[in-house]
Write a protein that binds this ligand. Structure first.
Ligand code: KIV
Ligand code: ZN
Length: 518
């Protein structure tokens, strides 16, 4: 049996479907390119039939990704499979992933079909998908709660119909490692054509067992693991990519299994997904949490100083965390910044050095010393900047304190025209938001979530604000970064406004295409 475990990433599908606001096309592409650099074998880019936006993003990712297989999800329905085939056809290599539920609970209650009918639908869907590609994956949704006899029958039929990968999801995160490993073992013992396909697993984390269950399956012969960066996904999430990849790498001596993951890219990928998805990573999260490599107790610190392996089973460098011994201040030249970004794993074609250096100098003037996390935050914001922003912040003044009514004046450039408004509010951010709403004159936008996070350490840390807002029935994300909390909040709202403006422009273009009948 092969010693290679394929990593199938579903951050952009299972992960994305669980977010408060969907990612835009540019953000999805950024994540896909990061996954490619990370060495993921298969990138599930979306569910093309679910919306025209998803269809377009899958198509864009399919066009840009060269070193991974791009995959789209479909129900076991012809129209879903056709949408996958059409959106993916521009890819170098692509896979169609089709699924249907197999547990009694789902078959009887949700599908209201007989078991025979469900097998028939699966077989028909797989055969239809094979008209587009030889790389077809079939998933038995809720396999974890499916009777083993029926699961064996379904897997055998799927392989006979042409599925080259058969995925066994624990959709509701219900099984335990021994039980889930047992299901995989049973399949290998009982399905006669099992050697004709790769067996994959897709575990959810409702009981915190997604990684353990995936590992148990791999130990029984599964050779593809479906996972997401930071473990994001439906409800409690999916198997975490960084955890399963680092288990296989760190315990290679025990397990003897390889992946193509370039582990030094893990930290970068985790930060990118956390920032874009507006999903903070808990500080004690394995591998990528802020404390994953910090030692607090005196005994541990003493041990690590004497020998790193006393309390570290893997090095921070192996997941891309490099400690800085350069002192970055406003006297640091641009080559030092470029050098440090290189050490942190960023290639020069990933950022605009002039823009980063300008922001770096402004920040260094305010903070004195600039740390790695500051530099990475500047880089992230540079990458997210709207190239031709419709809304720009020109001036901001806010007042607050004890026994005064908070007030703010905001001057925005709206499509090149300066507009200024003032307002009061129940705090300086609220006052600034009220002033911006006045500038917008009837452009109704509702703030549904506002999160303030400190990027770095100490009272002079950068403040990052993430906002989710509703506009025309859709949700948009915005992020802002500044040393000043009010400015950061205002920048996050302006980010949202530029996203809504972009969405309006895209809708308008689509409308024009429809009217002119193209
Ligand atoms: O959890 C699940 O069962 C899924 C399938 C579509 C693979 O996400
Ligand atoms: Zn899932």
């Amino acid at each position: 049996m092969s010693k290679q475990v394929k990593i199938f990433d579903t951050t952009l599908r299972d992960g994305e479907q669980a977010l408060a606001a969907s990612l835009n096309q540019k953000e999805k592409l950024q994540i896909a390119l990061m996954l490619e650099r990370l060495g993921v074998d298969i990138i599930e880019a979306g569910f093309p039939v679910s919306s025209p936006g998803d269809f377009e993003s899958v198509r864009l990712i399919a066009r840009e990704i060269k070193n991974a297989t791009v995959c789209g999800l479909s129900r076991a329905l012809e129209k879903d499979i056709d949408a996958c085939g059409q959106s993916l056809s521009v890819a170098e290599q692509f896979r169609i992933h089709t699924f249907i539920a197999t547990s009694d609970i789902h078959v009887d209650t949700k599908l209201k079909k007989s078991q025979d009918e469900v097998v028939e639908m699966a077989v028909k869907a797989i055969k239809h998908a094979r008209k587009y590609t030889n790389d077809v994956e079939f998933s038995c949704e809720d396999a974890g709660r499916t009777h083993i006899d029926y699961l064996c029958r379904m897997v055998e039929s799927a392989i006979n119909a042409g599925a080259t990968t058969v995925n066994i999801p624990d959709t509701v995160g219900y099984t335990t490692p021994t039980e889930f490993g047992g299901i995989i073992k049973n399949l290998f013992n009982r399905v006669p054509n099992i050697d004709k396909a790769t067996i994959s697993v897709h575990c959810h984390n409702d009981l915190g067992l997604a990684v353990a269950n995936s590992l148990a399956a791999v130990e029984q012969g599964a050779r593809q693991v479906e996972c997401t960066v930071n473990g994001i996904g439906e409800r409690a999430g999916n198997c975490s990519l960084e955890e399963i990849a680092m288990i296989l790498q760190t315990r290679y001596g025990l397990l003897g299994l390889d992946t193509n993951i370039k582990s030094q890219e893990i930290s970068k990928a985790s930060k990118l997904v956390s920032n874009l998805c507006n999903m903070p990573v808990q500080s004690n999260k394995a591998i990528v949490g802020a404390n994953a490599f910090s030692h607090s107790s005196g005994i541990h610190q003493d041990g690590v100083l004497k020998g790193q392996n006393t309390y570290e089973i893997m090095t921070p460098e192996s997941v891309g965390i490099n400690k800085n011994n350069l002192n970055l201040t406003s006297r640091s030249g641009r080559h030092v910044i470029k050098h440090r970004l290189g050490e942190l794993g960023y290639q020069q074609d990933e950022y605009n050095l002039d823009a980063i250096y300008e922001s770096f100098l402004k920040l260094a003037d305010k903070k004195g010393q600039v740390f790695d996390y500051d530099l990475e935050a500047l880089l992230f914001f540079d990458q997210q900047k709207h190239d031709h922003a419709h809304y720009k912040l020109e001036h901001l003044q806010a007042q607050s304190g004890r026994n005064i009514i908070p007030s703010a004046t905001v001057q925005l450039s709206v499509g090149g025209e300066s507009k200024t408004e003032s307002a009061i509010g129940n705090g300086p951010v609220d006052a600034a938001y009220n002033a911006i709403m006045r500038v917008l004159e009837g452009h109704t936008i509702d703030i549904v979530d506002f999160k303030l996070d400190s990027k770095g350490e100490g009272a002079d840390a950068l403040a990052q604000v993430s906002v989710v807002a509703e506009y025309n029935g859709r949700r948009f994300n915005g992020i802002g970064l500044a040393t000043d909390i009010v400015e950061s909040g205002v920048r996050a709202l302006i980010f949202v406004l530029n996203n809504t403006h972009l969405a309006d422009q895209i809708d308008e273009q689509k409308q024009q295409v429809k009217v002119s009948g193209v």
